[in-house]
Design a protein around this ligand. Structure first.
Ligand code: GCW
Length: 692
């Protein structure tokens, strides 16, 4: 088969193990984990391992804690500390013979352990003397699909939805199982099937049958299914006069609907809700609160241990947009039911190329919060630009909120370490579509992979993740790759690529200077008469003859006050504010002196230029590796790098020429000159309507 990216990082036939394998397998053949190992073995060596009753020399033992062979090891104390999903992988000696054991309390833990073991084999790491113990950072590691029931995907850049709603439940696309396997292999254990901009239809009996069919395919891989719901459903589907959460008939409607779902899907996960946000209905339509709305739905789900993920992506006009979610939610701290989690985007605005973390993290001390990351690159060049997002997510998850003193990082304030959470969770907005390679750009797969790995272990470094992914995804018979031998140039391209996109799009804390609606190219001048001011770039960049940036200090919108000390004081002062967030928090004169000694204007020019030059370097790096990369993937990445290169110049010219009309200073003469006219760039209109 031609190498087309369809196998993702699970290329067992190509990335064959570099180390000696096992002689036999024993344990519990009824486990999915057992099956999956044998399946991978067949692909790697064309034969499964011989199954034996008792593990022999160089044997592999795969079983849960209750299996007699595991009980005999007397590991019960350690096993107890693992919870339902943690696992152990250990080499033991029985009568002097090495045996590799993969075990956990529950079948799902064994499955994650088996995929860990396979990863060791795929990436050429040593299989001897293993002493691995893993417990996930978050209990619920969930993909959010912004997939519409008509097959389009909001902010999806890899083709139509993989969910074939019109064929379901009768026809099950083989991709559903591939999807489940890929997710299980990186520890993802839940999925929200439909767009947060949800239509009531998803709750009809017809759709519940379709959801049930998908749930049946992903269940063996220990993946729970959730859906997004529309708050007005009782009015639309139940013919009630309204959807007021305090109206008894409305409450009854939700209870009955939830009961109907659980009759069909007993392990159903629950609901994700976008309410009173961007025009969607919600409790505030009836003078009620987010707590009223979330708690009503939570009550309906509670008997089944279902969960409500209630989004905090709300920005009713009235103040600096960056402050609005905090203002709306902080007062409800501690007022949500136990099975409600508030889902908060990583930054206070909206998945910008770079944002400081949302001030809600750490501030809500009695309410479980879950981070929402965006895997699909809505604001990062769609599936045309190579941007490995692990470094951005690492920056967010490791950011210190100081809310519970030093060390209360975003990951710790959301994983139950500080705020008790009945279930801790993290979500990623999927970049998956029906494209053969799943994600449009081959390197987009690395972001899906990275999300799963970080959700499992928030401490993993971007470099570790990139090494694993590269070794598994690009190794071949021609060039075996191990975590140690991945090409350093491609590795460093990946690790620097997010910063590179920031450099040519929105450096130094600039944000939301995108083109209207499709969010692909630059449009800092964009002006749509009658549009909400906070949907227009000018609101964010505030360019004038005097300077650039958004004043969120005490003398401006005072958004800094929503952070804990000492952060708020650091952000408030340009001298201590990290330069990567400078124009997020400050409006500064064009001649403001940066740490480099350059003026703000010059520094901006150099950032954009560095972005352009670095993408050109990526082209060189890629081309240099042509000899060993399979032809189709090589060509496809090569052609997207060409687009990225052209786009980077487009961004640089548009932003610098436009801001130059305010700064009235020359672009430093050592920098490549613009190749476009500003007036021409202003006329560019891409036909890229997004599907709402
Ligand atoms: O910024 C917006 C996106 C919308 C998206 C929304 C959200 C699903 O542009 O496309 O809608 O965020 O997260 O709800």
């Amino acid at each position: 088969m031609a190498e087309n990216g369809s196998q993702l990082w699970l290329r067992f036939d190509k990335a064959a193990p570099l180390t000696a394998g096992f002689n036999s397998i024993s344990g519990d053949p009824a486990l999915k984990a057992f099956d999956e190992f044998q399946r991978a073995c067949r692909l790697m060596t064309s034969a499964p391992l011989p199954v034996v009753n008792q593990a022999g020399a160089n044997g592999l033992l795969i079983a849960t804690a209750s299996h007699p062979a595991i009980r005999a090891l007397k590991w019960s104390k350690e096993l107890r500390s693992l919870g339902p999903e943690g696992y152990l992988i250990r080499t033991v000696r029985l009568k002097g013979k090495p045996i590799t054991v993969v075990t956990a309390n529950q079948p799902q833990g064994v499955l994650y352990g088996v995929y860990h073991l396979l990863r060791i084999m795929q990436t050429g790491q040593s299989l001897s003397d293993l002493t691995i113990r893993e417990v996930p950072t978050y209990q619920l590691r969930i993909l959010n699909h912004w997939d519409n029931l008509n097959g389009t995907v909001e902010r999806g850049y890899a083709g139509h939805s993989i969910w074939k709603w019109n064929e379901l439940p009768a026809v099950l696309s083989p991709r559903y199982e591939d999807y489940a396997r890929a997710n299980a292999s990186i520890g993802i254990n839940a999925t929200v099937l439909n767009n947060v901009n949800a239509t009531p239809d998803i709750l009809t009996a017809e759709y519940i049958r379709k959801i049930k069919a998908i749930a049946a395919v992903v269940r063996p891989f220990h993946i729970k299914v959730f859906i997004s719901i529309n708050f007005a459903s009782p009015r639309v589907l139940g013919n009630l006069p309204d959807a007021d959460p305090l109206r008894p008939e409305v409450r009854r409607w939700w209870k009955q609907k939830v009961a109907e779902i659980y009759r069909e899907i007993p392990d159903f996960g629950g609901f994700l809700v976008k309410a009173n946000s961007e025009g969607l209905p919600g409790p505030m339509d009836y003078g009620r609160t987010h707590a009223d709305g979330a708690n009503m739905i939570a009550e309906a789900l509670e008997p089944y241990k279902g969960i409500v993920m209630w989004r905090a992506f709300v920005y009713e006009p009235g103040d600096d947009r960056a402050k609005l979610a905090y203002r709306e939610f902080i007062g409800f701290d501690g007022r949500f039911h136990d099975n409600v989690i508030i889902q908060v985007k990583n930054g206070p605005i909206d998945f910008q190329p770079r944002e400081p973390f949302s001030p809600l993290f750490g501030a809500m001390k009695k309410t479980p919060l879950m981070p929402e990351l965006q895997i699909t690159q809505e604001y990062l060049g769609h599936s045309n630009h190579l941007a490995f997002l692990a470094p951005m997510w690492e920056e967010v998850l490791d950011a210190d909120t100081y809310a519970f003193g030093e060390g209360s990082t975003v990951s710790k304030v959301t994983n139950g370490s500080f705020v008790p959470a009945p279930v801790s969770a993290i979500a990623g907005v999927a970049n998956i579509g029906e494209d053969v390679n799943w994600t449009g750009h081959h390197f987009g797969q690395a972001n899906w992979y990275a999300f799963g790995r970080l959700a499992w272990n928030a401490q993993l470094s971007s470099e570790t993740i990139a090494r694993e992914w590269l070794a598994m995804t690009f190794g071949s018979d021609k060039k075996k790759l191990t975590v140690e031998t991945v090409p350093e140039d491609i590795l460093s391209m990946m690790l620097g690529s997010h910063q590179t996109v920031v450099d040519y799009m929105m450096p130094l804390g600039l944000h939301h200077i995108f083109a209207w609606d499709h969010h692909y190219g630059p449009e800092p001048w964009c002006d749509i008469p009658g549009a909400r001011p906070d949907w227009l770039p000018r609101y964010y960049h505030n360019a004038s003859k005097e300077g650039l940036g958004f004043n969120r200090t005490a003398s401006g919108s005072n958004a800094v006050a929503q952070y804990s000390s000492p952060l708020k004081e650091w952000f408030d002062d340009p001298a201590t504010c990290p330069e990567k967030y400078l124009l997020w928090f400050h409006h500064l004169p064009w001649n403001y002196r940066m740490k480099s000694g350059r003026t703000l204007w010059d520094e901006l020019c150099f950032s954009y230029d560095r972005g352009v030059q670095t993408v050109r370097d990526y082209q060189k790096i890629w081309d240099r590796n042509e000899s060993w990369i399979d032809a189709q993937r090589f060509r496809e990445v090569q052609s997207r790098l060409k687009i990225q290169s052209k786009d980077a110049v487009w961004w640089k010219d548009a932003i610098l020429l436009y801001f130059q009309t305010y700064s009235q200073q020359p672009i430093p003469y050592s920098i490549e000159r613009p190749v476009h006219e500003l007036d021409d760039l202003k006329k560019v209109k891409l036909d890229m309507k997004h599907h709402n």
